[in-house]
Write a protein of this length. Structure first.
Length: 261
């Protein structure tokens, strides 16, 4: 009798161990468990830690709540100003409602990817080339809003959308390079002309000052001679002083009178 009781207890214990082994589940910290009982959503979403289900009746689906980085394949489109471009982006999203992510949509990752591609092509058609190149922050916000609107019903939240790269045709790149070069040349000419204008005004003022004082011309000549002589690699021809010529000219016009005895 005792042996039969021990055998029955061992059988019950073995069955209990097998039941616990079949029913035990562990949900990680970054996951949530959704239980379907005979095909119907059962109870609340299971949190992280140890949990039990009914074997062969319940099925536990684990949903990852970490932020997912989803690259969007490059989409080719024509901008509003009729320029063909290829644009790729990246979407950062996470699941905020594990039950809706499994019940409302068949594959939320694939759904977000397709929605991102469609929205990216739509953004390309509504934007100018200058906006794609210089105003990406505004386009990122518009793209995030377009993807997030339908994703809310799927239990998915769009965390961030970034346009990675804008590829232009080679002909457009050459045209933009020529435009940038012409613009820089125009600015250089304007700056050079402005410098010439300022220099001419200063030189005109200096000429007026020197015309009032002829000796200033001689001082300027001597300064030029000193500057040229500092190089010591050229022959300097010094012109005859103009003031000396004028002195000689005046001396000829008024010769000295002979002294009467």
């Amino acid at each position: 009798m005792v042996e039969e009781l021990l055998t029955a207890a061992a059988a019950v214990g073995s069955a209990g161990v097998l039941y616990v082994a079949a029913a035990a589940r562990v949900v990680r910290q970054y996951e949530r468990g959704v239980v379907f009982r005979l095909g119907r959503l059962a109870g609340e979403v299971r949190g992280p830690g140890f949990t039990m289900i009914v074997p062969f009746v319940d099925r536990l689906h684990k949903v990852n709540l970490q932020i997912v980085t989803l690259p969007v394949p490059a989409q080719e489109g024509i901008t509003r100003d009729n320029v063909t471009v290829r644009v790729d982006a990246v979407v950062y999203f996470k699941v905020v409602d594990a039950a809706n992510a499994l019940v409302r949509v068949e594959d939320y990752r694939f759904a977000v990817s397709q929605m991102a591609q469609t929205s990216l092509r739509s953004i390309i058609g509504k934007s100018d080339l200058d906006d794609l190149l210089s105003d990406r922050e505004k386009l990122n916000q518009g793209l995030e809003l377009m993807i997030d609107s339908p994703a809310v019903g799927w239990g998915v939240q769009i965390d961030r959308v970034e346009i990675k790269d804008v590829s232009l045709p080679d002909t457009m790149k050459r045209s933009m390079a020529r435009q940038a070069e012409a613009d820089r040349e125009r600015r250089a000419r304007v700056i050079n002309a402005d410098a010439e204008l300022q220099a001419s005004k200063v030189l005109a003022e200096a000429a007026r000052q020197m015309s009032e004082t002829p000796a200033a011309l001689q001082l300027r000549l001597l300064q030029t001679v000193v500057a040229v002589a500092a190089e010591k690699n050229s022959t300097l021809v010094l012109p005859f002083p103009v003031e000396l010529l004028r002195f000689l000219e005046k001396a000829q016009e008024h010769p000295e009178q002979p002294v009467e005895r």
